[in-house]
Design a protein around this ligand. Structure first.
Ligand code: AVJ
Length: 317
């Protein structure tokens, strides 16, 4: 769980920078996780539907590769598990012998997911973990037997910069064993209008999702953010290959944060960077596997070629 002191320290660091920024992981408190659930239903937000299609149509193939031997299915950022449930249905068909470890920073989401799964599938073993990604992995006491199958769905990996991705995957590789599997969702590069619309929905849910991070600072740290004095703004950065999202201050203003006993000045039109969502080419994905010590065990696409679930196997020499 994110302690209020860690949140306070990260807000202080982020708002003290030349280009102000807030870590996107803080988007996901209870309210933010609910709003992200609404985002996944938006007509413009094609990512979730594309990946659900992949898991529905190709999940059988993926489940066969995972196989019937005992496995620990470990998911980073499980959220409401709507994509994972599709894969779990295929795993039960094999039938695979597994324990499911959903890891998420939102305690409420983990709780709901664990109880929801028992209702839907009955006999699935679920051990929910409230944590950040790699810390969560540490908390799983490694059983003597059983392969680890790590799920990193939804293109959450796209929140990392290219350098952070390499560090993250290398660290993950180090903690896994030879033959373990990793299934990662990558949102692919595509028509710029399609990309930009996904982050600029007409209903304004993505804007509320971003505003919620300011409201969270108000709620948890005694901040005085007035979201009416900010505008959500999101662009495609063609050089970076990322949708970059900001909250832009509409006027010169000062915001107090009680927990920090500090004030922060904003110039008119000064941005806070809230999130980057990197988009990938197939070539980049295969190169990433190669540089971080994995070998490809399968690549799965939706019918429009919008999204890719890439299955990698850990190679240890
Ligand atoms: C959950 C990180 C994959 O970047 O597309 C959705 C979050 N932000 N709309 C993404 C998000 C704005 C999402 N990820």
């Amino acid at each position: 769980m994110t302690s209020p002191t860690a949140f306070a320290a990260d807000v202080l660091a982020g708002l003290s920078r030349e280009l102000k920024a807030l870590p996107c992981k803080y988007l996901y408190d209870e309210e933010g996780s609910r709003l992200f659930g609404d985002i996944m239903d938006l007509p413009e937000y094609y990512l979730t539907r594309s990946e659900v299609e992949i898991l529905r149509e190709k999940g059988g193939e993926i489940a066969e590769i995972i196989g019937p031997e005992q496995a620990n299915i470990i998911e980073f950022g499980a959220g409401d598990g709507r994509k994972t449930k599709v894969l779990i249905a295929h795993l039960l068909d094999v039938p695979a012998d597994f324990t499911y470890f959903p890891i998420d920073i939102c305690g409420n989401a983990v709780e709901k997911l664990a109880s929801g799964l028992e209702e839907e599938f009955g006999h699935v073993r679920v051990v929910g973990i409230v944590s950040e990604y790699l810390n969560g992995l540490e908390k799983i006491s490694r059983p003597d037997s059983g392969r680890n199958v790590v799920l990193f769905l939804g293109s959450s990996i796209g929140n990392f910069s290219p350098r952070e991705i390499v560090t993250f995957l290398s660290n993950l590789h180090q903690r896994l064993c030879d033959g373990d599997l990793l299934l990662t969702g990558f949102d692919l590069r595509k028509d710029i209008d399609v990309l930009v619309r996904a982050y600029n929905d007409r209903a304004g849910v993505t804007q509320e999702f971003n505003f919620n991070m300011l409201r969270r600072i108000n709620r948890e740290l005694g901040g005085t953010f007035d979201t009416r004095k900010f505008r959500y703004y999101s662009i495609w950065d063609a050089a970076e290959g990322a949708v970059r999202s900001f909250l832009v201050s509409l006027c010169a203003q000062r915001v107090d944060i009680e927990a920090l006993k500090m004030s922060f000045d904003f110039d008119a039109w000064e941005p806070i960077h809230t999130e980057s969502s990197y988009k990938f080419s197939e070539r980049q994905v295969f190169a990433l596997a190669e540089t971080t010590g994995f070998e490809s065990a399968g690549a799965f696409f939706d019918s429009r070629g919008y999204f890719m679930d890439s299955l990698w196997r850990v190679k240890k020499t």
